[in-house]
Design a protein around this ligand. Structure first.
Ligand code: B12
Ligand code: SF4
Ligand code: SF4
Length: 252
């Protein structure tokens, strides 16, 4: 069964796949996996290598590359899930690249499920100094989605540690968000990676308060508002990939 599932996934053009036993998934801050699928036994983790356009000096070209990846990943996940349901009568829960996830005041920027911890459990890489997962073939240039299932699948072997501690990711972070080992300073990273995200939107809304109608109109006609609208419409727009791009592993 594992071979059939693996072949189906790779034939579709997904770049990599790993299987994890649900019990091997340990993400202390995330929800228990049974909250997502009460009968969970295994996790199928899919690895997607971003197009070279994701490293374009043009941020719109780079973002479009990630949107392309996101569309393919969502469609692949859906087709694989249908394959599992039809052929093996499986129950499944699909986990997206990022959103949607539950939003609570005491769980800021915490997803329901951690793709990084799942990828490590499924033998698709090891944590690097930048807190991202380094894939044996693609290095850090890899995005994950997961399918939780009630099927019992033979887990893939775990990976060795690939990080050489060269510190390039830390030095190239413009926000100093990685200075403390084992922690990404979310507030610092967000300011750089999502300058038109939720925090920027809130700042804009607050700046509107108490302004005259003419001033409010000026603000709505400004490029900042158009950028916020574009980001809200397309989903989060990332403007910094330095930690991901500066890691030399997998480039040779
Ligand atoms: C919310 C989110 C963010 C938030 C906050 C993340 C956070 N809380 O850590 C912000 C906006 C800051 C962010 C930034 C980025 N993100 Co992001 N993000 C997510 C998302 C949606 C949820 C993450 C989450 O819940 N984390 C909270 C919990 C699970 O993490 P944690 O337990 O606190 O673990 C942290 C530490 O404990 C530590 N850690 C845990 N165990 C271990 C073990 C070892 C050995 C070490 C060293 C560290 C370590 O690492 C974690 C990071 O701080 C995931 C997708 C998903 N559903 O998983 C993508 C995801 C993590 N992001 C990703 C990426 C690529 C990025 C960015 C490069 C942005 C970009 N331009 O695309 C930056 C990189 C920042 C960085 N170097 O950490 C990828 C990572 C892929 C990979 N190869 O690992 C993911 C997995 C998306 C995906 N589907 O592939 N992200
Ligand atoms: S995405 Fe940019 S700001 Fe965020 S941790 Fe990576 S290098 Fe730093
Ligand atoms: S850039 Fe260097 S220190 Fe950072 S994750 Fe890659 S190998 Fe590790």
């Amino acid at each position: 069964m594992e071979e059939q599932i693996r072949n189906y996934i790779l034939d579709m053009g997904v770049d990599g796949v790993g299987f994890a036993c649900a019990q091997d998934y340990h993400s202390p801050k995330s929800y228990k996996i049974t909250k997502l699928l009460p009968e969970a036994k295994s996790i199928i983790v899919l690895a997607f290598k971003p197009l070279s356009s994701c490293e374009s000096p043009s941020m719109s070209a780079a973002q479009n590359g990630y949107l392309d990846l996101g569309s393919f990943a969502r469609s692949a996940s859906y087709r694989i899930s249908r394959f599992l349901e039809r052929n093996y009568k499986a129950k499944i829960a699909t986990i997206p690249i990022a959103y949607p996830f539950e939003i609570h005041n005491d769980r800021k920027a915490l997803a329901d499920f951690s793709q990084r911890h799942a990828a490590v459990a499924a033998g698709l890489g090891s944590f690097g100094r930048h807190n991202l997962v380094i894939h044996p073939q693609f290095g850090t240039r890899v995005i994950f989605t997961s399918i939780i299932t009630n099927l019992t699948l033979q887990p893939s072997p775990k990976c060795e540690d690939f990080c050489t501690q060269c510190n390039l990711c830390v030095e190239n972070c413009p926000a100093h968000a990685l200075d403390e080992a084992g922690k990404t300073d979310i507030r610092k990273c967000l300011g750089h990676s999502q300058p038109y995200g939720l925090m920027a939107d809130i700042t804009f809304q607050l700046q509107q308060l108490g302004r005259s109608p003419e001033e409010q109109k000026q603000m709505l006609m400004d490029e900042q508002y158009a950028r916020l609208r574009q980001a809200a419409h397309l989903g989060n727009q990332y403007m910094c990939f330095n930690c991901l791009k500066s890691c030399p592993i997998g480039l040779a």
